[in-house]
Design a protein around this ligand. Structure first.
Ligand code: TMP
Length: 213
């Protein structure tokens, strides 16, 4: 059986940059791994991602949104995560069930117990071996997203989640921190306000421990 590692955080926390760098590190070490993420990660998931992030999809109900994230995850596990774990690889996954609890539970105020049950059903109770929470203040995170979009020539704060108000992102951040406190063995809370190289060093230190284990 492989090792399942997830990367979580609010928008602009730098987790996507860090997952790529973590992959480079494992490659250097010669450890077999896959880098994947949600929503997306499969052909069906990519279709769901378009619906979920479409800023014109304002009529999407809270329950529909929750179930679409769950559907994306069920497919992702079947097609990508479970086979890689069975091959004995390390799976680095950009967001997983904790994102659903933080965003749909805390953020969208869906009943947390129901959200957990739906996540459990979708994931067949698969729980990551380690979860990195890249912690940053909501205003700093959103500033980064805006800067990144401007540099890439895109419209800033474009998708349905990025467009949410600051308070929404602050609630998500507190939700994530509450989850980390509940499961402090699994979560590694990383101060993501520091520069990329420093954050990467801390991630590698934890990965090193996992590889040895
Ligand atoms: P990404 O920007 O990390 O690719 O994620 C896309 C958005 O989807 C992000 O705003 C967080 C949101 N999201 C949820 O609301 N619930 C979930 O379960 C997942 C996986 C993502």
């Amino acid at each position: 059986m492989g090792v399942f590692v997830t990367f979580e955080g609010i928008e602009g926390s730098g987790k996507t940059t860090q997952i790529k760098k973590a992959g480079d590190y494992l490659k250097e070490k010669g450890v077999p791994f896959v880098v994947t993420g949600e929503p997306g990660g499969t052909p069906v998931g990519n279709e769901l991602r378009k619906i979920l992030l479409d800023r014109t999809a304002l009529s999407l109900s809270g329950r529909t949104e929750l179930l679409l994230f769950a559907a994306d995850r069920a497919q992702h596990i079947k097609e990508v995560i479970a086979p890689a774990l069975q091959r004995g690889e390390i799976v680095l996954c950009d967001r997983f069930s904790d994102a659903t609890i933080a965003y749909q539970g805390y953020g969208r105020k869906q009943d947390i117990k129901s959200v957990r049950e739906i996540c459990d059903f979708a994931s067949q109770s698969l729980v990551p071996d380690m979860t990195f929470l890249f912690d940053i203040s909501a205003d700093q995170g959103l500033d980064r997203v805006t800067d990144r979009a401007r540099r890439a020539g895109h419209v800033p704060l474009e998708d349905r989640f990025e467009r949410e108000h600051l308070k929404f992102h602050e609630i998500i951040r507190s939700g994530y921190l509450a989850l980390a406190e509940e499961d402090s063995d699994r979560f590694k809370v990383i101060d993501a306000s520091r520069d990329v190289a420093e954050v990467h060093r801390e991630v590698c230190m934890h990965l090193e421990g996992l590889i040895k284990r």
